[in-house]
Each structure stands twice: as C-alpha cells, then as structure tokens.
Design a binder for this molecule. Structure first.
Ligand code: BES
Ligand code: MN
Ligand code: ZN
Length: 505
C-alpha cells in the first residue's frame, strides 16, 4: 500500500564462518538424499545425534522442501537451532531448487517468528548462482499478500538474514556478497510487482498504476514519461483508446527509458507489458464467478515496470525501453461493441469480435510504439488467454515468437530466473483464423489454438523485429499454495526481463 519506496526488505549479510560460529537463532542447511549423516562436519553432533536418528528412522528423507528442525546444545556451537531442508538429489539442486528452498525456509522462519536466520550455501553448480538464488528466495519469502488485513497482521520477516559460504576465501566471499546483492534487488523487484498485482481495481486505476510504476522505476534512475489520453490520441492509438472507451477512468501509456552512459546504440531491448487494471470483459462481459481475479490483468505491465527498476539498479550494460499501455476494460455506455472496427497506430484495422480479447488490442499499439522508440528486440508479457492455461497449466508460461533463436534465448533466461516457460508454434496457417470480411483482421480466432491466435494477432504489430510474447495468464496468480509459493500474485517474469538485459544478442 502507499507509494513504493526504497528497499524495505531485511538486509542479507554474508559470512564465511564455519557453521558452529555463526551467531544466529536458526541455521538452515540444504540436505540431500545421498548425504551421509556426517556430510556436514559437526552438524549431527551439535544436534545431539538427532539428525542421524531422524535420517535413519526415515523421519527425514531429504525430499524437496521437507524440514527437520532440532535444537543445538553443543558447547561452542553458536546457532541456537538447526533446520535441515530437503533438497532432493544433490545433482538436481541448482539455483532453481535453492531459490525454492530459501523461500520455504524463509516462510517457515516467519511463521515461527524466528529472529535471525542463516542459510548455508550447499548444492550443485556455480556458488555465485546459488548465492544469488538464495538471496532471491529469502527476499521473496518476505512478501505479504494480506496487506489490507487490520485484525491479524502477517508475521514480520526475521530481523536479520545471513547467507553462509563456510570456508570460502575472502575473495570468494566478496563475490558471494555481490551475487547476494543482485539476488536481493531481483527479489525486491519481484515483490513490488506482486504488490501491484495484488492491489484491487478500485485503488489501482490506470492513473494510479502509472503513478506507482513511474515511482518504482524513476527511483532507480529510469526516465519515465506518462502519456495521457490526448497524447495517446495524437499517436493514433485507436486500439488502446477503443478498449478505454467503456470506462470513466482515462487510459495511460507508461514509457520507460534506460540509457546507460556509453552503451552501444544497439541492441535496444523493448519490454512491453499488458496493463489492464481490471478486466470485466467489456460488453462481452465475463461471468461473475472468479471475476475478482481480473484485478491482476496488469501483471505483465507490473513486471515491465519492476524489471526496469532492477535493470537500472543493477546497471545493465544495454539500452532498454519499456512500454505499458494501461486501461480498464469496462462495459460503459460508450464501450466498444462486437462488430466495431478500430484503427491501430500502425494503420491496420481490427474488427472487434469479442471485447474480452482486449489485451491483444492494447498490446498491438504498445508493440508498435516500442518499435517507434527504436527497440531492436521485443519481449511482451501479458495475462493474455485462458487458452494458455489449458495448454500448459499453472506452472509454465507460454512462449511465442520469432526467430527461434530469440525465443530460445528468452526461454533459457526464464528457466534460470525461475520463470519456467515453454515454446508454442506460430505457423502461418493460424493466421487464417483471424481473417475478417471487413477489416485487416479480427481480434479473435475462435476456440482452437486460442493462445496461438492471440500471439498471431500480436505478431502483426512487430514489424518482423525479433520478438517474444510470454503469456502469463496461468502463472501470474497462484491458486494452490506450494511450500515455496503462497497463494496470490507470483511476480512471474520480473527476473526474466531484468536478466535479459545482461545477455549478449
Ligand atoms: N485477461 C484475460 C485472460 C485471462 C483469463 C487471464 C484467465 C487470467 C486468467 C483476457 O483478456 C481474456 O479475457 N481473454 C479471452 C480471450 C477470448 C475472448 C478470445 C479468454 O482467454 O477467454
Ligand atoms: Mn479479457
Ligand atoms: Zn484481459
């Protein structure tokens, strides 16, 4: 609630102390299925043999996210308690699993109101990747989804986080520190996006969204411009204006520019996010059941705004442009109607078959504008279709685009960032489904391949520049809580977009 501010998350210190000398209330140690009881020297002894006993009795089997907590009474052993957390097989325990273990441990520690928590780096692969992932995870565990509760406030985060890389050299520790700083910035950016997505439609109107998104990014040094309805009309954005007609709240176009000094002229990464602050469906109105969820239909736009913040804080080497068209989709007296024809800023005309397919409309103008501003590589993020949930479920976002190399690059970055996504085909045949009798195209292509025809619609506005569309309709909101992911907004795509600005292309 309120305007975003500088980081509010708990600082994360780093240490190379041995476990026994970390001054903390709880030390969390990832534990693997193949670990012998003495895998971490001194740990079992400190637990008074409890760890070996629990492992032998199969009480603790190191299955992912299993926790086993025991006090430590050993003389000269500083941590008051130890939690081993199951990491499955060690070879599978890279950054992605460590991130989830850190979230799980962090949430548990909050729940139990533990004061100081240390997380020990153990796992597969590069230590710096593990350190960054652990910091992301601890920070993500601080997110509070019930910010309007006045009765029982959520348990606060621990007073101190620590990440331990025991017996590393001072030089390695200083690199761990940098990785942790990076992880915390990315975790905070994700949490800011979750806060925005969680904000209801009555408080987060397009104007308010623009204001908050601007504050989030400009605090970090990003140049932000908010275009009002007159400017939007001057640009000829008939698709965005069309969607906005049904609402008494005016639309906005939020434009972000990150231009690091000395950056090469190209590439220019163009990030475009869907910013529907509430989607009623418009005249093609949605059923009442579950409609409250449509407050998060600006998750893609929030991801862009918060990624821009992280990109600036992390001083990415390339130029980045962000474009977020934002409006409500409402069925007011002036609303667009099925059969209406709109003219896009790119000049193409669209026959609106279903006013609930509004995301692709506003993104069409948004993609065009990102191109106008000089983007050489486009990525758009949108809660675009129910169909992608049917295709890929609620853990994997849909990826669409061209050329394949650009799609694959985004996919790899997303996987590392913990935003799993999978490619879907964009064969020319699908374009047929959008053919209109009266305009250049329709805004829907019927039930078959619904997420693909939505992407085909967007493709019309990319001018054949390398482009990826990420459909996050299934992943932006969590319905079934997991140990590492509470119900509510997930913050998906923030870290992917931010990390992309560090790639070579
Ligand atoms: N915002 C919705 C997509 C959505 C659905 C997001 C479910 C999250 C959960 C989008 O604007 C929409 O309404 N899409 C329609 C398109 C259809 C009319 C072609 C859909 O998926 O039903
Ligand atoms: Mn819709
Ligand atoms: Zn929508």
């Amino acid at each position: 609630m309120g305007m975003p501010t500088a980081p509010t998350s708990t600082p994360i210190a780093c240490t190379r102390d041995s476990l026994s000398s970390i001054d903390t209330d709880l030390v969390v140690v990832p534990w693997f299925e193949e670990d012998a009881p003495d895998a971490v020297p001194g740990l079992d002894k400190a637990s008074g043999g409890e760890l070996a006993r629990a492992v032998a009795a199969k009480e603790f089997q190191a299955k992912p996210y299993d926790l086993f907590v025991t006090p430590t009474n050993e003389r000269g052993w500083k941590p008051k308690r130890v939690a081993v957390i199951g990491g499955g097989r060690r070879t599978d325990c890279g950054g992605d699993v460590i991130r989830k273990l850190a979230v799980t441990a962090g949430l548990w520690a909050r729940q139990k109101r533990v004061g100081r928590v240390a997380f020990v780096l153990r796992g597969q692969g590069d230590l710096m990747d593990l350190a960054q992932a652990a910091a992301e995870g601890l920070t993500l565990s601080e997110f509070n989804a019930g910010s309007y509760k006045t009765a029982e406030p959520a348990p606060p985060p621990p007073s101190a986080w620590m990440i331990a890389a025991p017996s590393s050299t001072p030089d390695v520790l200083s690199r761990v520190n940098d990785a942790v700083t990076r992880g915390r910035i990315l975790g905070e950016a994700s949490n800011l996006a979750r806060e925005l997505a969680n904000e209801p439609g009555n408080t987060l109107t397009p104007r308010e969204f623009a204001k908050r998104a601007a504050a989030i990014a400009s605090e970090a040094g990003v140049r932000v411009e908010i275009l009002d309805e007159d400017k939007i009309a001057e640009l000829g954005m008939g698709l965005l204006l069309g969607v906005a007609r049904g609402s008494s709240e005016p639309p906005r176009l939020i434009v972000f520019r990150y231009d690091p000094p000395g950056a090469p002229e190209k590439p220019v990464l163009g990030l475009v996010g869907k910013g529907i602050t509430f989607d009623t469906g418009g005249i093609s109105i949605k059923p009442a059941e579950g409609m409250e969820r449509m407050k998060d239909d600006m998750s893609g736009g929030a991801a862009v705004a918060c990624a821009m913040r992280a990109i600036a804080l992390l001083q990415a080497p390339m130029r980045v442009i962000g474009v977020v068209p934002t409006t409500e989709n409402m069925p007011g007296g002036r609303a667009i109607k099925p059969g209406d024809i709109l003219k896009s800023a790119a000049g193409k005309t669209v026959e609106v078959i279903n006013t609930d397919a509004e995301g692709r409309l506003i993104l069409g103008d948004g993609l065009w504008y990102a191109r106008q501003l000089g983007a050489t590589h486009l990525v758009d993020v949108a809660t675009l279709t129910g169909a992608v949930v049917v295709a890929l479920g609620k853990t994997t976002s849909g990826l669409f685009g061209a050329p394949d190399e650009w799609v694959e690059r985004v996919r790899k970055v997303a996987e590392r960032a913990g935003d799993r996504a999978w490619p879907m085909p964009l064969y020319d045949d699908y374009r047929e489904q959008l053919k209109s009798e009266i305009a250049d195209m329709m805004n829907t292509g019927g039930r078959p391949a619904g997420s693909i025809t939505a992407a085909m619609f967007l493709k019309e506005f990319t001018d054949n520049v390398p482009w990826v569309h990420m459909d996050i309709a299934g992943t932006a909101w969590v319905d079934d809580a997991k140990p590492f992911l509470p119900k509510g907004p997930s913050g998906v795509a923030v870290r992917t977009l931010a990390e992309l600005a560090f790639e070579k292309f």
